[in-house]
Ligand binder design. Structure first.
Ligand code: CDP
Length: 211
């Protein structure tokens, strides 16, 4: 079973897909990490993000073990990930890996921006998880503060708003709710409620999988 989860920045896809992967006994791929690692490599090696050939080469030779998760979650890396992810050759270089991951039995839970539309258009279940920009900014701000990052709520809000705008307006694989995706607005939901809502959608579409 392939579960595709897309949605805007800081919508809670990470927490939700971790819980879904455990519940259904499936491996999980956070595809944002791939774009974040491209950005982190460019920064660490002082490479030019405007050089599309260099970016594509970095994407094709990614070494994920170079970075701790916290190094990939900074605002600088988030912004640059969103910039380089608009380059068609970067996306192409990462596509095969994502598809191969999803194709291995028994399937997978993938989260990103274009999973239901481009990476796995035939996914068994598609969710588009969203929440108001204010709610998402507050959640990400709390998360960053808990991790020890000193940042104000307004900066986090602007980072998220800018990325959403760039991610949804790019020419290649823009962030979009697939026509056959189920919309899950978590503005008024806590983690537990969002998880229960996602499970009831998945179990209705794909009966017999529930734990
Ligand atoms: O965790 P958050 O929602 O803030 O971001 P993420 O999922 O880690 O993605 C970081 C950036 O990578 C996004 O802003 C997108 O520009 C890009 N991305 C993408 O273009 N396609 C994907 N499938 C996943 C991420």
């Amino acid at each position: 079973m392939i579960i595709a989860v897309d949605g805007p920045a800081a919508a809670g896809k990470g927490t939700l897909t971790r819980a879904l992967a455990e519940h259904y006994g499936l491996p999980r791929l956070d595809t944002g990490v791939l774009y974040r690692a491209v950005a982190a490599t460019l920064l660490a090696d002082c490479l030019d993000p405007a050089d599309t050939e260099v970016c594509a080469r970095v994407a094709g030779t990614l070494d994920l073990s170079r970075f701790a998760d916290a190094d990939l979650r900074t605002s600088e890396v988030s912004q640059l990930a969103s910039v380089v992810s608009s380059q068609p050759d970067v996306r192409k270089a990462l596509l095969m890996f994502q598809r191969a991951f999803a194709a291995r039995p028994p399937g997978a839970v993938l989260d990103g921006r274009d999973i239901g539309t481009v990476v796995c258009p035939d996914a068994d279940v598609k969710l588009f998880v969203t929440a108001s920009t204010e709610a998402r900014a507050r959640r990400r701000w709390l998360e960053l503060r808990q991790a020890g990052t000193d940042i104000d709520l307004q900066s986090v809000f602007e980072n998220i708003r800018d990325r959403d705008e760039r991610d949804s307006s790019r020419g290649t694989s823009p962030m979009r709710c697939a026509d056959d995706a189920h919309l899950l607005d978590t503005t008024e939901m806590d983690i537990e409620a969002a998880f229960r809502a996602a499970v009831s959608i998945i179990d209705a579409v794909w009966p017999g999988t529930g734990g």
